[in-house]
Design a protein around this ligand. Structure first.
Ligand SMILES: NC(=O)c1ccc[n+]([C@@H]2O[C@H](COP(=O)([O-])OP(=O)(O)OC[C@H]3O[C@@H](n4cnc5c(N)ncnc54)[C@H](O)[C@@H]3O)[C@@H](O)[C@H]2O)c1
Length: 327
């Protein structure tokens, strides 16, 4: 049985606690600089609480570390664990800044035998993503013409005042694009190919007196193939709308919104196919989706393989670069 630990015992950590327990691994330790947060998660998971990762690694023998801290801590903590011989699954975005991410990539290049590292882009495991990759890889969709994506959600001032790092550029490296829309940016480039050019704007719009990160953004991405995608996002809406990605292929109009809807063009039968998304089954928030567990299970399933995990730091760099280019 794999022995796991979690560093960062805040909001998202409970999703990890549930997923790790569900796959039969043991959470032996948790760590947080905030003693109350560490003790609370330790009690829930029957694990030992530590108040720093250094202390945890000195005292425990673990196979996997899950990093669920603010973005500016991801790289230092990941390097600390890898150097201690521990596999790492780190939350997204990979880092708050590109030069931080580069430190990790340099280390991995110089240390090809380092333990495994994965980055949590769980939406690649959604039904909509999996069902779309199949016809895409088989070439059934024809030529891509373009795409549109939107993330229109709501975040109140309480969201930032409860965890101030989320609204501080120096810690989070950005707002909407880094914290909420990073999954949508990742999917856009995964479906349409690498992005070579970025135009657009970001704005604070709301809560400018308490945050210095963007609350809204619009962007126009040019992909390596020459086609374009456009993006609009805001956290200033009065309620959450479902994330939407619409892809315009020669043979089908494809919409990812609460599942996948494929409207085939010029096909006599089964003109519209719909694949509903899985529904919530964990303590996580609905807008995080329900695929954390699938990614975590897949990561553990690959720990004994010689190959790197398929969503590693290099893969995670693409969406981070898109956000940073827009800034
Ligand atoms: N994949 C997703 O859908 C998803 C969803 C939510 C959050 N996240 C990511 O998870 C991370 C955490 O988000 P959150 O909302 O749970 O944050 P949070 O603020 O609720 O929790 C973070 C915790 O980390 C602790 N911490 C900070 N620095 C530390 C350090 N050096 N060592 C130990 N503990 C430390 C804090 O005290 C806090 O308790 C972020 O990177 C976020 O982007 C991803």
């Amino acid at each position: 049985m794999f022995k796991a630990a979690i560093v960062g015992c805040g909001d998202v950590s409970i999703v990890y606690a549930e997923a790790i327990a569900a796959l039969g691994a043991e959470i032996v330790a948790v760590a947080d600089l905030d003693h109350a947060a560490a003790l609370k998660l330790a009690q829930k998971t029957q694990a030992t609480a530590y108040f720093s990762l250094q202390e945890l690694l000195a005292q425990e023998t673990i196979d996997v570390l899950h990093i669920t801290t603010p973005h500016d801590q991801h790289i230092d903590l990941a390097l600390m664990a890898l150097k201690a011989g521990v596999h790492v699954l780190v939350e997204n975005p990979l880092a708050n800044e590109l030069d931080q991410a580069q430190r990790l990539l340099d280390y991995l290049k110089e240390n090809p035998q380092a333990p495994k590292i994965g980055v949590c882009f769980q939406n690649r495991y959604n039904v909509s993503s999996v069902e779309l990759r199949r016809p895409l890889e088989e070439g059934e969709l024809g030529e891509i013409r373009g795409a549109y994506a939107s993330v229109v959600w709501t975040r109140t001032s309480d969201y930032y005042s409860a965890k101030p790092w989320r609204g501080q550029q120096i810690r989070s490296g950005g707002g909407l694009l880094m914290n909420q829309a990073i999954h949508t940016l990742d999917l856009l480039q995964w479906f349409l190919g690498p992005v070579t050019k970025v135009r657009g704007e970001v704005s604070t719009d709301k809560y400018g007196e308490i945050i210095d990160v963007e609350h809204s953004a619009h962007a126009f991405f040019t992909h390596e193939s020459g086609i374009s995608s456009s993006f609009y996002g805001t956290l200033a809406n009065s309620r959450h709308r479902s994330v939407e990605i619409e892809l315009d292929w020669e043979n089908a109009l494809v919409k990812l919104k609460d599942g996948l809807t494929v409207t085939w063009i010029n096909r006599a039968e089964s003109q519209v196919e719909h694949y509903p998304e899985r529904t919530q089954n964990s303590a996580g928030r609905t807008y995080w989706g329900v695929s954390h567990e699938l990614l975590i299970r897949d990561f553990y399933g690959h720990l004994d393989s010689a190959k790197p995990f398929w969503i590693g730091p290099q893969e995670a760099l693409a969406s981070l670069r898109m956000a940073k280019a827009l800034y």
